[in-house]
Design a protein around this ligand. Structure first.
Ligand code: GLN
Length: 486
């Protein structure tokens, strides 16, 4: 029999439906794998195994009562950034240590309504700031394909857990690439939906105009199932879009004859890893063989995206993180008066990268610099969005690399934040424009490290992206789990 980590969620559900396995057996399978492998990978900050088994028993009772659902009884790992009632939520920061939310984020509530199993909390860069998960204040997660390398970030724990078969699926967040880049570096599927498609209520905020929640899964079908569960309007999030959500599984299996795929020339830069370049070029021939038409497009303001992003995201972060003052959440360090207590708490509670961003964000928002930096960045953001609007007049989706390189060594970029920031050069413009984007595994480099292909869609057109991704995945049939984890 196939192992559970080689099955889609649908296949596993069918076994549960036919009573060939129980939810407890499935949950125990993943808990045992975590016990066996996670001491090497370090994807989980906390395993909520007791809770998981409780949820499994409950799901079993529901199955006995005749309940059904697309992910009923399926074990998920959750990035430690989603408020979950009764479960410590830290954002991998010392400042939130001990914070137990009294409510569920909307996405968690939706997964609970579908009776998912909560296996545990996945590691991340502190407050989702980073591209390697090395900014976690607790531990460094390893890339399952090579344990001396980073899994990408900030959702590195989510990507590594999915890649090592330590959960069936995971949730992540993407502000500038944090789902797509780790998905690419770990060889799994990751989607950032259109801004506003998934409710951010109960998500610990980093940069609110950029943050989006999305799935990390081992295949496109699972991505569609998780998207069906989490997408949709939520009155609790004022940026949530009041539009109906299609059934994303319906687009899987449709052909892509005549689909126009735009290739932005600015995304094929010198300095890019030649193996990545080759893998993307080979992928284009796969699409062409399936009847797609390749068209050249231009996104002329791409070169300003990283700079624009680091003005906007730090400005928003400096404001969002003002709430951690030792009074409302988690850590408190006593001082001689209240100001001293604030200072000591924030000094101790935040890591280096978080402090760097608060300082930068406060600076770009300060009077005298606001117009020169923050307002200017807003204008450039509009130009970047218009580039995409124009490109989409001549194509249906865009195809680009996700990351200019494959997974780098642990420690390699920690001393140089600017090179680290360039890891997201191809993903950031998508967040600035609010578009949907996804990473699909497309090959390996000479050292056997995964490479991801980015598909970018028109606003709210996640379905077409998944349709193309599914065709590609079926043609390419890329290995999902490293042999050492089988
Ligand atoms: N790596 C980018 C950053 O450090 C993106 C992070 C994210 O998407 N959360 O901000």
């Amino acid at each position: 029999m196939k192992k559970f980590y080689d099955m889609t969620i649908q296949e596993t559900r069918n076994l549960l439906r036919k009573r060939e396995i129980t939810v407890t057996e499935l949950t125990s399978f993943y808990i045992e794998r975590i016990q066996r492998y996670d001491k090497d990978v370090k994807a989980y900050l906390r395993v909520t195994d007791e809770k998981a088994l409780e949820m499994a028993h409950y799901a079993e009772r529901k199955i006995e009562q005749g309940e059904d659902g697309p992910f009923l009884g399926i074990p998920f790992g959750i990035k430690d950034i989603f408020c979950t009632e009764g479960i410590e939520t830290t954002c991998a920061s010392q400042i939130l240590k001990g914070f137990i939310p009294p409510y569920d984020a909307t996405v968690i509530k939706k997964l609970k309504d579908g009776r998912f199993i909560h296996l545990g909390r996945l590691n991340m860069d502190e407050f989702a700031m980073g591209s390697s998960t090395e900014n976690s204040s607790f531990q460094t997660t390893k890339n399952p394909w090579d344990l001396s390398r980073i899994p990408g970030g900030s959702s590195g724990g989510s990507a590594a857990a999915v890649a090592a078969g330590l959960c069936a699926a995971a949730l992540g967040t993407d502000t500038g690439g944090s789902i797509r880049q780790p998905a690419s570096l770990c060889g799994v599927v990751g989607m950032k939906p259109t801004y506003g498609r998934v409710s951010r209520y109960g998500l610990v905020a980093f940069a609110s105009s950029l943050d989006q929640i999305g799935p990390l899964t081992r295949n496109v079908t699972d991505c569609a199932i998780v998207m069906n569960a989490i997408a949709g309007f939520d009155p609790m999030d004022s940026t949530s879009i009041p539009q109906p959500v299609p059934d994303y599984t319906k687009c899987l299996g449709k052909d892509i004859k005549g689909l126009k795929i735009g290739i932005p020339k600015e995304y094929f830069i010198t300095g890019m890893d030649p193996d990545v370049m080759r893998a993307i070029e080979e992928s284009l021939t796969v699409f062409e063989k399936q009847g797609a038409i390749i068209v050249d497009v231009s996104l002329p303001h791409t070169e300003y995206a990283v700079a624009t992003y680091y003005v906007i995201c730090t400005a928003e972060a400096s404001s969002n993180l003002a709430r951690y003052d030792g009074v409302k959440y988690g850590l408190r360090t006593e001082g001689k008066d209240i100001i001293d207590m604030y200072k000591k708490t924030r000094l101790k509670g935040f890591g280096k990268e978080v402090k760097r961003r608060i300082i930068l964000g406060t600076y770009v928002l300060s009077s005298g610099y606001y117009d020169a930096y923050y307002r200017k960045a807003g204008k450039v953001r509009t130009l970047i969005r218009r580039d995409f609007d124009k490109a989409f007049k001549s194509c249906d989706i865009l195809v680009t690399p996700v990351s200019p390189t494959t997974a780098f060594k642990i420690g390699e970029k920690m001393e140089d934040p600017l090179t680290m920031y360039l890891s997201d050069i191809f993903t950031i413009p998508v967040n600035l424009a609010g578009l949907p984007g996804m990473s699909v595994p497309c090959g390996f480099d000479a050292s056997g490290l995964p490479i991801g292909l980015q598909i970018i869609g028109k606003p709210l057109d996640e379905a077409l992206m998944m349709q193309a991704a599914y065709v590609f995945e079926s043609e390419k049939n890329i290995k999902k789990i490293p042999d050492t984890f089988r």
